[in-house]
Design a binder for this molecule. Structure first.
Ligand code: FEO
Ligand code: CA
Ligand code: CA
Ligand code: CA
Length: 617
């Protein structure tokens, strides 16, 4: 039989109504339950979760972190009933993490070591073995694969910034390592079986109270304070607490060896983790750029062609990037058992590009290399003295070559049949006076999803806008995609194709007009091709948005994010981040001393069809 060039999948569920409750809602014929919530022990070193918030920093280092986000399932069997779930923990809710919220002294400074260590340990990534036992997924406590990566875990630096002067710190004088991963939002995975975790809003964890460097200014490093005050515990002269001082990157000594000025330079990357090898270290892949990475998605693979990865910089008016490997893809590498070495092969050397979206559905990938021509007719070599310097200030280099400022690029995903790449642009209410073809709405509070096909060269692509978020009662300019009660959405964020060609769309903090109707949600669609049957590009939107169906709605206050699916498609995993009161069931009877009736817990939800069949069709 001929291999179809578009997905033949047909959604087999009816779109559900919006929901605004403290429970999840899912399509008829499906059930959902909680797995691996924040605080669930991964091994016996951790005490069981205590609903009064009194678990220690050490407990937290051996338990699921907080605020689940990006996620991937790595199977251990063909059957898809046993595997490793990798889960990002983006940030923390200090109020829920401690019995009475964060403790501060009379000067408003953080004062309790174990509290701050607990916060650092609640960040990062969890790798956890899960198994389907008697029809129910369970965490396998004490499995040898179970491990945590936190805000303090030692990681290797690879690519252009490895061993550069920018990475020399007191901790790593040769610039080969950095400590910790922070604000791990979206994720990716590789064709060779590793997990990619993306460092998003890391600049807020550091402070420079002196003069910002050009790069720090561009990325928006703080001059006043850090997000959670971890630097407050730097020490009072009696004791030097390096683990906290490092968040204050103000230059104080004659050289980098004497202070922490380079500590933030170890953050802002795509980090590769081999979940199958519990003895492996995580590696920061600097070649893929340094910015607020949302996700990281590889493009359609072709034997003998470069491997490409896409990653968006999630901030208003920031850019979309593509990395193209120097090494050419060999399918045999998919079975490599030395996965980090395979990552070295494909992710350390290559070319980083930034996207420029032109009129009429044409786009260009602009390389960020020393000889790249800038909009004022010079080259990047006039502003940067090395590739390492370009990578360190990726966004600053992208400014110079004329990239297109976007409405907050979040996740990308690739149609497994057509190779078309989809990208969520979550919203941008600060777009007040100028639009561009790819971001055509002023005050874009509802977001949109854009997509593109690579062209015949590495620098050309064609694009269109797939769907615009909107409330159902938006006017023609707002509801451009004709959304209805059954699929209105705002702020698309998580995005994932499964291998059947179903695109899953998740939302984060929809605008009031939609939130008045429903909590954040997960929808699904089988997209039509970007080109028609004659190979002609459809410059206007494809018209299949009516087939966008609401599959799942999260509990009050949450964002729905992170998507994973087993290889037999019978289980979908999604994450509930920052729920307000959920899940009642796990804590309802356990009173908390701070008067909170419920200590909310981010968690993964397992979604299965009641008849055990494939999810979605
Ligand atoms: Fe952490 Fe861009 O969402
Ligand atoms: Ca996100
Ligand atoms: Ca978001
Ligand atoms: Ca979030």
């Amino acid at each position: 039989p001929e291999v179809p060039n578009v997905s033949q999948a047909v959604l087999g569920f009816d779109s559900i109504a919006g929901s605004k409750t403290d429970a999840v809602a899912v399509a008829t014929g499906y059930s959902a339950y909680v797995l691996a919530p924040w605080g669930e022990p991964l091994n016996d070193k951790a005490s069981a979760f205590k609903p009064d918030g009194s678990n220690t920093a050490d407990d937290q280092a051996n338990s699921m972190g907080m605020h689940h986000d990006g996620m991937h399932f790595f199977p251990l069997t063909e059957a898809g009933d046993d595997g490793l779930l990798c889960v990002n923990h983006e940030y923390i809710d200090q109020g829920a993490l401690h019995p009475m919220g964060p403790t501060v002294d009379a000067d408003g400074k953080r004062s309790i070591l174990d509290e701050v260590r607990k916060e650092i340990n609640a960040h990062g990534v969890s790798v956890v073995r899960i198994k389907l036992n008697d029809g129910t997924w369970q965490v396998i406590k004490n499995d040898s694969h179970n491990r945590r990566f936190t805000g303090v875990s030692v990681m290797d630096i690879s690519g252009p910034l490895a061993y550069s002067a920018y990475l020399e710190t007191r901790y790593s004088p040769d610039g080969s390592q950095a400590r910790g991963t922070l604000n791990n939002c979206g994720n990716g995975y590789t064709p060779w079986g590793t997990y990619l975790t993306c460092e998003e809003n890391w600049p807020g964890y550091f402070v420079n109270r002196g003069e910002l460097t050009e790069e720090q200014q561009r990325i928006g490093l703080s001059t006043s304070g850090t997000r959670y005050g971890w630097d407050h515990l730097a020490g009072n002269g009696e004791e030097h607490l390096d683990e906290f001082s490092r968040f204050d990157v103000t230059p104080t000594a004659a050289s980098a060896a004497g202070d922490y000025r380079n500590e933030a330079n170890g953050h802002g990357y795509i980090v590769e983790i081999d979940p199958y090898n519990p003895n492996s270290r995580a590696v920061k892949r600097t070649a893929l750029g340094r910015f607020r990475h949302e996700g990281c998605t590889f493009g359609k693979l072709e034997e003998g062609k470069p491997v490409v990865f896409y990653s968006g910089h999630d901030s208003r008016f920031e850019y979309l990037y593509k990395f193209e490997s120097t090494a050419l893809w060999s399918a045999a590498d998919a079975d490599s058992t030395n996965r980090i070495a395979t990552g070295d092969k494909y992710m350390n050397e290559g070319t980083l590009y930034v996207a420029k979206f032109n009129e009429d559905g044409i786009g260009e990938w602009l390389p960020l290399t020393l000889d790249s021509v800038t909009t004022d007719g010079k080259t990047l070599a006039d502003s940067f003295d090395s590739v390492a310097a370009i990578i360190l200030n990726t966004a600053g280099a992208a400014d110079l070559v004329g990239a297109t400022p976007m409405d907050r690029p979040e996740w990308a995903s690739v149609d497994p049949f057509t190779g078309t790449v989809y990208l969520t642009l979550t919203n941008n209410t600060k777009r007040v006076d100028s639009t561009n073809p790819a971001n055509p709405r002023l005050n874009n509070s509802f977001g949109h999803i854009i997509r593109w096909d690579e062209g015949s060269t590495a620098t050309e692509f064609t694009w269109d806008i797939f769907v615009f978020g909107s409330p159902v009662d938006g006017d023609e300019q707002t509801n451009r995609s004709g959304l209805t009660d059954l699929n209105q959405f705002a702020s698309p964020d998580g995005l994932a194709f499964d291998k059947r060609g179903i695109l899953w769309v998740q939302t984060d903090n929809g605008a009031d007009e939609v939130e008045d109707y429903t909590n954040d949600q997960m929808l699904a669609i089988v997209p039509s091709s970007m080109t028609d049957e004659n190979g002609q590009q459809q410059v206007v939107n494809a018209d299949n948005q009516a087939e966008l169906k609401r599959f799942f709605v999260g509990p009050n206050g949450c964002e729905v994010t992170g998507f994973a699916i087993t290889s037999d498609y019978t289980t979908v995993f999604a994450n509930i981040q920052h729920p307000r009161n959920w899940p009642y069931s796990s804590v309802a009877t356990e009173a908390t001393p701070d008067g909170m009736s419920v200590r909310p817990r981010a968690a993964t939800v397992v979604i299965r069809k009641d008849d055990g069949g494939e999810v979605g069709i």
